[in-house]
Design a protein around this ligand. Structure first.
Ligand code: ARG
Length: 459
């Protein structure tokens, strides 16, 4: 049988395979709430502008409400033969209210309809993700304040570089997440324009009021160009890019958790709730949640790439290719949401192993830079020369198998006679971090102040 919605010039129904490739209802039913909200706004505008009688619009609105409750109570039967959410809703509307249902699609096309629905959906998703990111930032900031004094090794190339504080490390993620959050807010601001009324591609000859529908749907304005309104998906791309960057950040912390919780490092204890045991090795405590958080960034990055490829080279205006925007976006946003939640759970319960961190921080000549800086300050030595002298002292310590602080004064003076007892004050990790008071530096006072500032910002 020919399709009820567009079957006017078709004598035959679609091939079963055609239905399989063409129908989007299995996934776009997730847009049901947005579809009904947008249809109600459109219907109200049709009444206000006199395009459709108030009487018919009343019936349409009541019918749409009924469909909304059928869907939320699970009574609605979605049909693949009706392709997508838009036609499923409209067909059911016709069953409920009869002929008046046919007037809802006046001055509208599925092209502006789906663009509108999806913008509404992505807008909600941005708000949700923003709140989740905020919660995770708070968890990091709480840890930062709590452990502002805890000393750990700071790494470059995963080689011990200089001592830092655990709190400082936590705050680095607060900063990354703050940028992630602002990327979502920024994308949301840009996407908040209404495609509704662009119709199929050219606009409509009916006297629609696009400003009215835009306002009813909480958009800032109607989109200025009807071709652009139905053919662009950069609003999804931007959000997926923000999501991909955010998951990259999360994957880096996930990786650190995997490393830190290993027996070799033993820097942190992960909460039991987020680890698993091994069925054969009783000693194991595997950081599965962190590993999965690390891995799931692949899906989100994949979704961004998928949609970039779908959109690349598409001529204006709408093409069915664009139906492929939804599954990657749903998957990416669901994944990001899950990972943010899991991360928050792990961060909240994370316990640094202070003695291990402190001991590791003192290893690997982590205060060598402090020693060089002391030579510059106390002996007015040019930094390059100080670097050289320090190198010689590190070599000596290495040769003896001790740390810099364990070298005898005479041993140091053999390399540089002007070195005094005072040098030992900069060789401890405590003094090292305490001295890093430059703005944004790792000194515990800085970290505490910054953590409090963030906690205040985050409310
Ligand atoms: N299900 C379609 C989509 O998601 C709706 C738009 C269909 N438009 C069309 N001209 N066939 O893109």
């Amino acid at each position: 049988m020919a399709n009820k919605m567009w079957g006017g010039r078709f004598s035959d129904g679609p091939d079963a395979l055609m239905e399989e490739i063409n129908a989007s209802i299995d996934f776009d039913k997730r847009l049901h709430a947005q579809d009904i909200t947008a249809s109600k706004a459109h219907a109200r505008m049709l009444a206000e502008t006199g395009i459709v009688s108030r009487e018919d619009v009343e019936k349409i609105l009541e019918g749409l409400d009924e469909i909304a409750s059928e869907i939320s109570s699970g009574k609605f039967t979605f049909s693949r033969a009706l392709e997508d959410i838009h036609m499923n809703v409209e067909a059911r509307l016709a069953e409920i209210i009869g002929d008046a249902a046919g007037r809802l699609h006046t001055a509208r096309s599925r092209n502006d309809q789906v663009a509108t629905d999806f913008r509404l959906y992505i807008r909600d998703a941005c708000d949700h993700v923003r709140d989740q990111i905020t919660a995770l930032m708070r968890a990091f900031a709480v840890q930062a304040e709590r452990h502002a004094e805890v000393i750990m090794p700071g790494f470059t190339h995963l080689q011990t570089a200089q001592p830092v504080t655990f709190g400082h490390h936590m705050l680095a993620y607060v900063e990354m997440l703050a940028r992630d959050r602002s990327r979502f807010e920024d994308a949301r601001r840009r996407l908040n324009e209404s495609p509704l009324g662009a119709a199929a591609l050219a606009g409509t000859s009916f006297p629609v009021d696009r400003h009215m529908t835009a306002e009813m749907l909480g958009f800032d304005a109607p989109m200025r160009n009807s071709l652009d309104a139905v053919s662009d998906r950069d609003f999804v791309l931007e959000v997926l890019a923000a999501a991909a960057i955010c998951t990259v950040h999360l994957s880096r912390f996930a990786e650190e958790l995997v490393i830190w919780s290993s027996a070799q490092f033993d820097f942190v204890r992960l909460p039991d709730r987020f680890t698993t045991g091994s069925s054969i090795m009783p000693q194991k405590r595997n950081p599965d949640a962190a590993e999965l958080a690390r891995a799931k960034s692949g899906r989100v990055i994949g979704a961004l790439v998928t949609l970039l490829v779908v959109m690349k080279g598409l001529p204006l205006a709408y093409s069915k290719d664009m139906q492929e925007d939804k599954e990657p976006a749903f998957e990416a946003l669901d994944t990001l949401s899950l990972v943010l939640e899991v991360m928050r759970g792990m961060v909240e319960a994370l316990e640094p192993v202070e003695e291990k961190l402190r001991a590791a921080a003192a290893h690997g000549f982590s205060t060598a830079t402090d020693l060089a800086d002391w030579l510059v300050r106390a002996l007015d030595m040019p930094f390059r020369q100080a670097h050289h002298v320090t190198g010689a002292l590190v070599a000596k310590a290495e040769e003896r198998g001790v740390d810099l602080a364990d070298l005898l004064l005479e041993e140091m003076q053999a390399v540089e006679p002007r070195i005094t007892e005072d040098v030992y004050s900069v060789l401890t990790v405590e003094n090292s971090v305490r001295s890093r008071t430059s703005y944004g530096g790792t000194a515990p006072d800085n970290v505490r102040r910054m953590a409090r500032w963030w906690l205040e910002q985050l409310g």
